[in-house]
Design a protein around this ligand. Sequence first.
Ligand code: NDP
Length: 298
Amino acid sequence: MTAQIIDGKQVAADMRAELKEEVAKLKEQGIVPGLGVILVGEDPASKSYVTAKERTCEDIGIYSDDNRLPEDATQEELMAVVERMNKDPKINGILVQLPLPKHLNEAEVLLAIDPDKDVDGFHPMNVGKMMVGEKAFLPCTPHGVIQLLIRSGVNIEGANVAIVGRSNIVGKPLANMLIQKSKTGNATVTVCHTRTKDLADQTMQADIVIAAAGRPNMVTADMVKEGVVVIDVGVNRVEDATKKSGYRLVGDVDFEAVKEKASLITPVPGGVGPMTITMLMYNTVESAKRAAGLETTN
Ligand code: NDP
């Protein structure tokens, strides 16, 4: 079997088009969703993520409030920006680009964000709500994975899912979402990590394998069963002398070999990556609807 490729760029583009339409309708009612973005320092990757987020806001019609602080900004300066945005009715979502420079206290900043504007879904209040099955902002990458599955026609209900990775931003929230008693959940989930005794034994039993370990090509063809659905969250730089940059991006899955066994598979790049920003925009629009007293999905 050769897998059908899940085109994350296309799914993200479809969702963005839907959001653009929704934002246009909200604007007719005087509602303009707004995202406050905070970037501290000059990290090139962070700068490019923030630029991409701002561009996407513009494309969808979301107002964006761009705040750039110098590398040596103090905790107080950063907290003051968060506080201002917490109070600003034009801002429905606050995004602090991580990682922050080492001298800043990341946990304190994330806790200071108003949970009603926590569009990254990292605030313990939202994590807790998600866990007990209440409406909450869902973390963007795991939610993007679920959207990719649903929009590719994958039946999550009753499926055996193996997730490789248990981080707070991908593995754990994803496992939580997939076990919810809901139409996007009801899966039987196994969460694997570095202490898992026999990883291949777990992945081999899975109808859906989700790799989020940050280890290039660690999921190989002999670790998955025929017809499996594979979602590769990993983004890893590997040296490549043929590239101008000297490297190329690969996922956690040995794509070329695994695609010969899988029924559906995401590539890297072009799979989960484009979904993450899209889900941030989705949360911002949801937040604006919630602030206006309108019905929301999550
Ligand atoms: P972390 O490093 O925080 O977590 C990695 C997890 O994988 C840990 O739980 C670790 O186990 C587990 N792990 C690592 N190696 C192995 C192994 N050999 N066998 C089994 N488990 C293993 O990573 P993140 O969750 O932040 O990110 C994971 C990947 O996803 C990265 O490549 C990252 O770049 C990518 N990513 C992509 C995003 C996107 O938008 N496409 C967004 C976020 C992340 P243990 O807990 O035991 O250490």
